[in-house]
Design a protein around this ligand. Structure first.
Ligand SMILES: Nc1nc2c(ncn2[C@@H]2O[C@H](COP(=O)(O)OP(=O)(O)OP(=O)(O)O)[C@@H](O)[C@H]2O)c(=O)[nH]1
Ligand SMILES: [Mg+2]
Length: 520
């Protein structure tokens, strides 16, 4: 074989399982039945099975082929509850699910290359029968769909024909033809053409003892002629093609579930709009609390150190408001046909940590505002004035001292009066004012504690809200990146499937085998 079906099947299986577990897919992946025919001996017989509704005569057909009653046939419904194998004595079939079966052998060398199988019905209420048929399907090359003139379109068997149609070759038998009308056969053929068989091979048989002149021997001959190695290889390739095609369809369906880029962009822009309203609502709801907190801290600034935690702006109401905004984001994702479970996972920690992060950031900003009161101009001015509060009185006192010493020296030289009363008043005034003016400015220009707290709280609130918004945006971006990774993996699988399905299986257009395949 040019490619390995089980490998690509396993790759799809492991990708789909992990994608489902992470919430990217909404249905659990059910892997197709494992295919083991590739492990079979290189030369192997053609495996042919009778399938169909109960009582149509599958076991009777096998018994007719064997020339003796090897399979139980009868009026009880359903009759067969086991699989009956009929093949040449020398054949060994190592990889078939050989439990729950009855085996009958023959010595006819002309039938050496065919293994005949009678399966239980597919439409009765016995779930075990259906399960047995499904378990055997992957091992069968040609399915002989047996019907009766009264019941040639049994619902369950017909559904199986439609779903498994492409993976097998099909022959059709209208048994109990002794009771049949030509219109029924024509209608059956019409239905098969509608189902996708261009020229279905239908054999009309009769297993009632009285009639022998039917298409039974033609059916046996057709199958014996097909039992060549070339046909078996072509059938395997055709079946694998159909299986890979089914995998491809399945992955394509999963890719749709991953959503598209436009939806992601819309999700992001919708969030920003949604957040604008939520942030405004939150900010408005904090106004009164901020005011009263500022007043409180202005008078009891030590509360910032003592109470733990001192600032609790983010209350249950705020949390509900934030949760509602995130819920709207998730609903929006659902509306935009994006997978919501991985998004929910990304948002979970944000929901849990929003309160702590918000409150501690607001507290930090308030502490910083208290540590650095006023604006830059105010702080420079106050520093300058504080300096002058020392320098100016010192300078005034130095000047007065100099005048005293100098006055004393000059009065000794000129015998004039020493410093008078005016000098004493003026120097006291200069010294007093040089200290009083900076002291007064310092006292009056000190920034208000309440304003400081207010500024810290407001700054903290707007920064925290902006941080929350950034964190949600980051969560959406992480979700986007994870989706891109899943998509990349799915596309890689699709590329492998495509490389397989575009390789044509060469089957002659006019061959019998071609007439047995759906859609050819
Ligand atoms: N008249 C008529 N009766 C038939 C024909 N073939 C089978 N029968 C009868 O139909 C009944 C059912 O036949 P089975 O071979 O047991 O049918 P089956 O499809 O194996 O049924 P399950 O094992 O229940 O799935 C039996 O009584 C047969 O004798 C036929 O060609 N004509
Ligand atoms: Mg039977």
């Amino acid at each position: 074989m040019a490619y390995d079906y089980s490998e690509i099947s396993q790759r799809v299986d492991s990708w789909a399982q992990q994608a489902y577990e992470l919430g990217w897919l909404n249905q659990k992946y059910i892997p197709p039945a494992p295919l083991q025919r590739g492990d079979m001996l290189e030369t192997r017989p053609l495996i042919v099975a009778f399938m169909g509704g109960t009582g149509v005569g599958k076991s009777s057909l096998l018994n007719r082929l064997a020339g003796k009653p090897i399979a139980k046939a009868g009026v009880a419904r359903p009759t067969s509850k086991e699989v009956t194998l009929f093949h040449h004595r020398d054949i060994t079939l190592p990889t078939l699910p050989l439990t729950d079966i009855h085996v009958a052998n023959h010595d006819d060398a002309t039938q050496k290359n065919v293994v005949w199988i009678d399966m239980p019905d597919f439409d009765s209420t016995d779930a075990h029968n259906k399960e047995l048929v499904l378990r055997w399907l992957p091992y069968i090359d040609v399915l002989i769909y047996v019907v009766s003139p009264e019941r040639y379109r049994d619902e369950k068997a017909w559904r199986l024909l439609l779903s498994e149609g492409a993976t097998h070759a099909w022959l059709f038998v209208m048994n109990q033809w002794d009771r049949g009308q030509i219109e029924q056969a024509e209608d059956f053929e019409k239905q098969l053409r509608l189902a996708g068989f261009n020229a279905p091979l239908i054999f009309k048989t009769c297993c009632a003892e009285s009639i022998e002149n039917d298409a039974f021997s033609e059916l046996a001959k057709t199958l014996t002629s097909l039992a060549t190695q070339k046909t078996i290889e072509q059938l395997e390739q055709h079946g694998n093609h159909a299986r890979v095609q089914a995998l491809q369809n399945c992955v394509q369906n999963y890719v749709v579930q991953l959503g598209n880029e436009t939806a992601l962009k819309k999700l992001h822009s919708n969030w920003l709009l949604n957040w604008k309203t939520t942030a405004m609502q939150l900010q408005q709801s904090f106004t009164w609390l901020v005011q009263s907190l500022a007043e409180n801290f202005a008078h009891h600034a030590s509360d910032l150190l003592n109470s733990t935690p001192p600032i609790l702006l983010w209350d249950d109401w705020a949390q509900t408001c934030f949760d509602d905004a995130l819920n709207t984001l998730v609903i929006d994702a659902q509306r935009l046909k994006l997978p919501t479970a991985p998004l929910e996972i990304q948002l979970l920690t944000l929901r849990e940590t929003a309160q702590k992060k918000f409150n501690s950031h607001v507290e930090l900003q308030t502490r910083q505002a208290l540590a650095q009161r006023g604006n830059v101009v105010q702080r420079v001015l106050l520093k300058f004035v504080a300096g002058t509060e020392i320098i100016l009185p010192l300078a005034a006192m130095s000047w007065v001292g100099f005048q005293v010493v100098n006055g004393y020296y000059e009065s000794n030289q000129t015998h004039e009066h020493y410093l008078n009363i005016d000098f004493a008043v003026h120097s006291t005034l200069v010294c007093g004012l040089s200290w009083l003016v900076p002291f007064f400015i310092l006292k009056k220009c000190q920034p208000s504690l309440e304003k400081c707290v207010l500024r810290g709280l407001n700054k903290g609130i707007s920064q925290s809200l902006s941080n929350l918004n950034s964190e949600v945006c980051e969560a959406v971006e992480r979700f986007q990146r994870q989706r891109a990774t899943q998509l990349q993996k799915a596309n890689a699988l699709l590329a492998v499937c495509e490389s397989i399905t575009k390789m044509p299986v060469k089957i002659d257009e006019n061959s019998t085998l071609n007439r047995m395949l759906m859609g050819n």
